[in-house]
Design a protein around this ligand. Structure first.
Ligand code: ADP
Ligand code: MG
Length: 250
């Protein structure tokens, strides 16, 4: 479903991604772990077309993105729209529309981007908010919701676009342990339903329990990939061992 090869990206003189390669099957849950500043967020932004990259190839369910020099600016706008429809994104900071209720936040994309009629969009939004355990707060404004509740609305909003995959960028790192557990429970539930997911996360217990594959980022590359048991219990790379011991110490 997602195949990345030789992805390179620099900001000015600094090489941030130096040839990332990774693939994710349909229905797979991939966790990405890595030190702060190793390019994880930049990588997700390249995957969903928020950021153009310098070289390499990204394929998402048949749609191919290439480096800057291979896709003219005029062709990029169309590709960007296509990729946004295929890949949902959930951010650390929730990013809900502040002046819309939970229900409206989830209805907006389908109505204005997909052209779905209001009644259909509302029914779907109610169903999705129920799925993330928010059916009793449909008319609440984001400021009236806890961080965990806002993040669950953000997940419903991403699902409402019927994406082929959802990317999560540290979705629980702004949350306390109880709210973290609420959000991780929703993510586990979606994984159980076969949603294809890539999650950048510090929640190692989640990665161990829910991910099919863990990818370790370091110095702009994937330095090691494997099933959670292998990465956590028997890492091959020294950098992985250092990362895991720093997390356990924290
Ligand atoms: P991570 O998510 O792994 O912490 P990021 O992808 O956010 O890492 O950032 C990787 C590096 O790229 C950091 O050093 C960051 O300062 C730099 N960076 C990220 N975005 C930009 C940008 N728009 N302009 C310049 N530098 C950036
Ligand atoms: Mg980040």
């Amino acid at each position: 479903m997602i195949e990345v090869n030789g992805l390179r990206k620099s900001f000015g003189e600094v090489d941030i991604l130096r040839g990332v390669a990774l693939s994710v099957d349909r229905g797979e849950v991939a966790a990405i772990i890595g030190p702060s500043g190793s390019g994880k967020s930049t990588f997700l932004r390249c995957l969903n077309g928020l950021e153009r990259f310098d070289a390499g190839r990204v394929e998402i369910d048949g749609l191919v993105l290439r480096g800057r020099s291979e896709i003219p600016a005029s062709g990029w706008a169309r590709l960007h729209r296509e990729v946004c429809r295929r890949v949902g994104m959930v951010f650390q900071g929730f990013n809900l529309f502040p002046h819309r209720t939970a229900l409206e936040n989830v209805m907006e994309g389908p109505i204005y981007v997909l052209g779905v009629n209001r009644e259909v969009a509302e029914n779907r939004a109610r169903r999705l908010l129920d799925r993330v355990g928010m059916s009793d707060r449909l008319h609440a404004m984001p400021r009236e919701l806890s961080g965990g509740q806002q993040q669950r609305v953000a997940i419903a909003r991403a699902l409402a676009m019927e994406p082929r995959a959802i990317l999560f960028d540290e979705p629980t790192s702004a949350l306390d342990p109880r709210m973290t557990a609420e959000v991780l429970a929703v993510m586990s539930d979606l994984a159980g339903d076969g949603l294809t997911m890539i999650a950048v996360t510090h929640a190692m217990h989640f990665a161990r329990r829910v991910a099919n594959t863990v990818h370790v980022f370091g110095e702009g590359r994937v330095i090691e990939s494997g099933p959670p048991e292998q990465i956590f219990d028997d890492p091959r790379e020294e950098a992985t061992r250092i990362l895991l011991s720093s997390v356990q110490a924290a």
